[in-house]
Each structure stands twice: as structure tokens, then as C-alpha cells.
Design a protein around this ligand. Structure first.
Ligand code: SAH
Length: 273
């Protein structure tokens, strides 16, 4: 969706900022209290953001959500509800996971201001960007954080660092607004060659599945569990910010490695014996 909905059209005077805002989505995963969904919608609309996606909310639709949304029920009404985080971010080029616990995961970590700058720069360059928030009780699972390119932590009181979900959305939405108000002119006026389009989340997940299968096929793990190596590889490739052409090249190499492993394992058709 690149056309901002009418209820947000006047949120930014600069058309480039408005277009970038339309590429930013906030994803709430497994929200337990519907009031927080409404309050998050209100937080977004006050900051001129329009896109909310709900992943398997526990109690929704609900009166309480609409009550707490105040005048943001239009935004709430537009919010798609999907079953999994992977679905919510399939077309995204950058996924940032907000976590109340600093350094819990092996992901690069940004403070909100830095996260907003990165997010707005990516959206201004035409990318789809998601900011992901977890459940009130347990936050995001490790599997869900694995789907993120980087983590965002609001540097709160280390002894009491967990904000209310909608309050955390408000902090990030405010930082996004400040970054958007600074201007969202694309970094380059050069048209991007079709091969250089950044790989989408779904492309990267396809690549990681094939990478995992290949590592199994060449017996890379040698009985160890694959989790730690895969986490490190995910982190490495997230830093590389691959484009579609590069993903195709790597997948070609993996396909050959898989073929060679099959030949080696099965004795092969070209065996000399
Ligand atoms: N008890 C949970 C906290 C959940 S708070 C835990 O320990 O993980 C609900 C959500 O709000 C979190 O998943 C996160 O997305 C966001 N949030 C709360 N405090 C935050 C903080 N200090 N920095 C970043 N995100 C935060």
C-alpha cells in the first residue's frame, strides 16, 4: 500500500515524508488486552502513521479496543488480522523487533532514535518496513525475533524496563514522526536497477530454509543442534542487506552444493567403480 489513506493525508506537508510514512507498518503480535490495541492505534494516528497489522490477537475484535482508539477507529478498522508474524512481514525489506529486555538476543540493537532513522531511510528508498511489538506477558518469542533484522530497545530504567505495550508504540511512533519531519528525500535520485531491489523478507526466508537444508546435506553440524549456527548466519546475512540478484546467486551455489552432496551420498551416476 503506497497511497496513504485519506484520514492521514494531511499528516505531513512534505509529500516524500507522507509516502515514506505509508511504507511503515506497526505489527502487534499476540496482544492479550484489546485496550492496548486501541491505544496503539491512537498512538499511531496522533503521529501521522496509518498502518497497523495484528498477528493473532487473543481477544479481538472487541469493544474495548474501539473505546481506547478514541478517534482512531478508522485506522483500527483498516488493520488486517493475520495468523503469523511471517505473514505480516512477508513483503518487508526491513523488520525491527522491539524488546523490553536489552541484549536478550543475538541481534544488532538500536535505540529508538537510531531505529527511526534507519526505518525512515529505508522507507524513503522505497522499502517496506515493519516495527514489531510483542505480547504484554512474554514479549516476542525467540523464533519471532529470528525473523527480525535488528532489535530496538527503549533505554528505560534497567531495574524496571518494561513499558506498557501502547506506551512503547507511542515512543517509537514519536521517533518515526521526528525522523519523517526532518525529511524523507530518497538518498539517491538514480533509478534502482530491477536486479538491485532489496530482497524481501519472504525471499530471505526461502534462502534461510535452503541454507539450513544444505548445511544438513553436507553434515556441517555433525550432531550439534543447528540453532546457534543458524542464528549467527541470519545475523551475518541481515548485515549484508542482500538484493534479489545476490540471493539468486547464493541460492544457485547452495543448489550445486546440495546436488554434489546427493551425488556423494548416493554413490552418484558418474561413479568410476
Ligand atoms: N514481559 C515482557 C514485556 C512485554 S511489554 C517481556 O519481558 O518481554 C510488551 C511489548 O512492548 C514488548 O514485547 C515490546 O515490544 C514493547 N516494549 C516494552 N518495553 C520496551 C522497551 N523498554 N523497549 C522496547 N520495547 C519495549
Amino acid at each position: 500500500m503506497n497511497t496513504p489513506p485519506s484520514f492521514i493525508e494531511s499528516a505531513f506537508a512534505d509529500p516524500a515524508s507522507l509516502a515514506a510514512a505509508a511504507r511503515l507498518r506497526v505489527v502487534l503480535v499476540g496482544t492479550q488486552h484489546p485496550g492496548n490495541i486501541g491505544a496503539a492505534a491512537r498512538a499511531l494516528k496522533t503521529m501521522g502513521l496509518a498502518r497497523l497489522v495484528l498477528v493473532a490477537p487473543e481477544d479481538y475484535p472487541a469493544e474495548e479496543a474501539y473505546r481506547r482508539a478514541a478517534g482512531a477507529d478508522d485506522l483500527l478498522g483498516d488493520a488486517p488480522v493475520v495468523d503469523t508474524l511471517a505473514e505480516a512481514v512477508a513483503d518487508c525489506h526491513l523488520v525491527l523487533g522491539c524488546t523490553a529486555r536489552s541484549r536478550r538476543v543475538q541481534l544488532e540493537e538500536h535505540a529508538p532514535r537510531q531505529a527511526a532513522a534507519v526505518a525512515v531511510a529505508r522507507a524513503a528508498a522505497g522499502g517496506e518496513v515493519a516495527l514489531v511489538f510483542g505480547r504484554e506477558r512474554t514479549g516476542l518469542s525467540n523464533e519471532e525475533l529470528q525473523l527480525c533484522h535488528a532489535a530496538v530497545h527503549i533505554p528505560a530504567n534497567p531495574g524496571y524496563s518494561s513499558l506498557n505495550l501502547a506506551a512503547a508504540v507511542q515512543v517509537l511512533a514519536y521517533e518515526l514522526r521526528l525522523a519523517l519531519l526532518e525529511g524523507a528525500a530518497p538518498a539517491t535520485a538514480e533509478p534502482v536497477h530491477p536486479d538491485e531491489v532489496p530482497a524481501s523478507h519472504a525471499h530471505m526466508e526461502g534462502f534461510f530454509t535452503q541454507l539450513g537444508d544444505t548445511l544438513d546435506a553436507i553434515d556441517f553440524h555433525k550432531g550439534r543442534t543447528p540453532d546457534s549456527a543458524m542464528r549467527k548466519l541470519r545475523r551475518l546475512f541481515a548485515k549484508a542487506q542482500l538484493n534479489e540478484q545476490e540471493v539468486r546467486l547464493l541460492r544457485g551455489i547452495l543448489a550445486d552444493a546440495q546436488r554434489m552432496a546427493r551425488l556423494a551420498g548416493g554413490g552418484g551416476t558418474g561413479s568410476l567403480s
